[in-house]
Design a protein. Structure first.
Length: 469
C-alpha cells in the first residue's frame, strides 16, 4: 500500500511552481524539492497525469514530461497498475553529509559547538556518581538547571522562579509539547511567514490551521494583515520569533509588539521562541514582551551546541503544570548528564555569548561581502544578530537554484520551505553559521548555478535533505 497525495494537496504544496520555462521542468523541480524536503514522503502515489493537468490548468503533455524528468532523475518510479510513486531516497543524517568530501551544508543554520564545551563535559563527568544515584526520569527538569535558567531570565530583566520553568529535549520538543497541550484540532494559529518550518509542522500535526502573518526584511511584521487575520479567524495561539526572527533576522518594534498584545487581549496565547534571541553581534537586543504576557521558549542549541538537546519553557506555574502532566506521553524526561552539563553552561552564558557574537558576525560579514561581490543583483539585508540572511532574488528561481547547488554538494533550503501559505519563490535563506571560507565557497557555487538557472539550463540534484534548523 502506498500513501497518496491528491492533486489539490500537491497543487497547494507546490505553491507558485511555474517560475520558469519550460513548464514541465519547473513542475518537475517543484515536485523534486518537495521530495527532497520530505514534504512528500517516500512511496507516495502521485496524482494521475490527467487529474494533475486539470488541477494545475496545464496540458497533459506537461505533466507527462515532468513525470518523465522525475523518473530520469530517480525521484519517482512507475509501479505497474498503480501509477507514479516517489522513491525512497537514501537517508542522510547523523552528520554523514560532512563526510562527503567538499560538501557544504547550509540547510542547518547551526554554529559549531562553543569551544569550551568539551571541557564542561569532562568537569561534569566528575559528578557521575551523584548523577547516577538519581532516578533519572526527570520530566520537569533538575532543580539546579531550572534555578540557573530562572537566574538567567532574571539577568535579562525577566524575574522568574524555578516553578515557572520546564526543561525539555530542545526547543523543538518544547514547541511540540505546547502544540499538543494548547492547540485543539481546527484551532487557528498565527504564524509568521516565513517561519521556522519544524514549528509549523508541529503545530499542524496538533491540528492547527495556520494563519500567516507576513514578515519582510524591509518592513517587518505586516500589522494590517495581523489585525485582519486576528479579527477574522480569532486565533487561539500565535507562534512568534520577535527577536532576530529566523529567517528574516528582524526584531519586533514596540508598535509591532502592541499589535500582538491586541490579539492576546482577544484570547490569543502568545508563544515566543527565543532560540536565537541572544545571538546579537554587538549589544544585546531588548527583551520583547513583558514577563507574563507570553510563554517563552529557550534552547542551548544555537548558543552552545545543537547536539546537547536541551531547551526549556518559561510560563506561569499553572501552564507549566498542564504541560508537565501531558509530557510523559511523549518522553520521560531530559537526560540527567546533559542537564548537568547545561546547568554549568547556563551559569557561564556571559562568557559564552561573546564568542558566539564573534563567530556569527564574522560569518555575517563574509556572507554579505561574498554575496555583494559575486551576486550584486541579489538583495542582501542588514541584520545585527541571528543566524541567517533572508536574501532576495531578482526572479522567483529559488527551487532550481537550490537543486542546482545541491548537484554541486552545496545544500541550502529554498524560500518556499519557510512559507506558511505558499510563496517566497524569490527568496533564499543563507545561514552565516559556517566558517567564512566555507561561506565564500558556497557563494561561488551559487554564483555559477545562478548564471545557468537564469539562462534556463535545467538542474537536478540527487541527494535528499536532512532536518533543517
Ligand atoms: C527558531 C528555532 N526554534 C527552535 C529550534 C529548534 O531548537 P532545538 O535544537 O533546541 O530543538 C530552532 C533550530 O533551528 C530554531 O531555529
Amino acid at each position: 500500500m502506498h500513501s497518496r497525495i491528491s492533486a489539490r494537496s500537491l497543487e497547494t504544496a507546490l505553491g507558485g511552481w511555474r517560475t520558469r520555462e519550460p513548464a514541465y521542468e519547473a513542475l518537475a523541480d517543484g515536485i523534486r524539492l518537495l521530495c527532497l524536503d520530505n514534504r512528500i514522503a517516500a512511496r507516495t502515489l502521485l496524482p494521475a497525469e490527467r487529474l494533475l493537468a486539470q488541477t494545475l490548468a496545464v496540458s497533459r503533455t506537461t505533466v507527462a514530461s515532468a513525470y518523465a524528468s522525475l523518473r530520469a532523475s530517480g525521484h519517482i518510479e512507475s509501479v505497474r497498475g498503480s501509477g507514479s510513486v516517489t522513491t525512497a531516497q537514501p537517508l542522510r543524517g547523523g552528520g554523514t553529509v560532512f563526510a562527503e568530501p567538499g560538501s557544504i551544508d547550509l540547510q542547518q543554520a547551526s554554529p559549531s559547538a562553543w569551544p569550551g564545551l568539551a571541557g564542561v563535559f569532562t568537569e561534569t563527568a566528575a559528578e557521575a556518581a551523584t548523577l547516577v544515584s538519581r532516578t533519572g526520569y526527570d520530566t520537569l527538569g533538575s532543580r539546579r538547571l531550572r534555578e540557573v535558567i530562572a537566574q538567567r531570565y532574571e539577568a535579562r530583566g525577566i524575574p522568574t522562579s524555578a516553578e515557572e520553568v520546564l526543561v525539555t529535549a530542545g526547543a523543538q520538543s518544547a514547541i511540540h509539547l505546547i502544540a499538543e497541550v494548547l492547540v485543539a484540532r481546527g484551532d487557528r494559529v498565527l504564524a509568521e511567514t516565513p517561519t521556522y518550518p519544524h514549528a509549523a509542522e508541529a503545530l499542524r500535526a496538533a491540528g492547527a490551521r495556520l494563519v500567516a502573518v507576513p514578515v519582510t526584511t524591509a518592513d517587518g511584521w505586516d500589522l494590517d494583515r495581523l489585525r485582519e487575520a486576528s479579527q477574522r479567524t480569532r486565533p487561539t495561539l500565535a507562534y512568534l520569533m520577535p527577536t532576530f526572527q529566523n529567517p528574516t533576522g528582524r526584531s519586533m518594534t514596540d508598535r509591532e509588539q502592541d499589535a500582538f498584545r491586541d490579539a492576546a487581549r482577544r484570547g490569543c496565547t502568545l508563544v515566543v521562541d527565543e532560540t536565537t534571541a541572544e545571538l546579537h553581534f554587538e549589544r544585546p537586543a531588548p527583551v520583547a514582551f513583558a514577563p507574563d504576557e507570553v510563554i517563552r521558549l529557550g534552547s542551548l542549541g544555537k548558543t552552545v551546541w545543537g547536539g546537547l538537546r536541551v531547551g526549556w519553557i518559561r510560563a506561569r506555574p499553572d501552564v507549566i503544570r498542564r504541560l508537565h502532566a501531558a509530557r510523559p506521553a511523549r518522553d520521560l524526561g531530559t537526560p540527567e548528564f546533559e542537564q548537568a552539563v547545561a546547568s554549568r553552561l547556563v551559569e557561564r552564558m556571559s562568557e559564552i555569548l561573546p564568542q558566539r557574537a564573534e563567530l556569527l558576525s564574522a560569518g555575517y560579514r563574509a556572507a554579505r561581502a561574498a554575496l555583494q561581490h559575486r551576486l550584486p543583483e541579489w538583495e542582501v539585508p542588514e541584520v545585527s544578530g541571528g543566524v541567517a540572511l533572508w536574501v532576495g532574488l531578482p526572479a522567483p528561481l529559488s527551487a532550481p537554484l537550490v537543486l542546482g547547488a545541491r548537484a554541486e554538494a552545496v545544500y541550502l533550503s529554498a524560500g518556499p520551505r519557510f512559507a506558511v501559505d505558499g510563496g517566497h519563490e524569490n527568496r533564499l535563506r543563507v545561514p552565516f553559521t559556517a566558517p567564512p571560507a566555507e561561506i565564500g565557497r558556497a557563494v561561488d557555487v551559487l554564483a555559477g548555478v545562478w548564471e545557468r538557472v537564469r539562462a534556463g539550463v535545467p538542474t537536478a540534484g540527487p541527494a535528499p535533505v536532512d532536518v533543517l534548523v
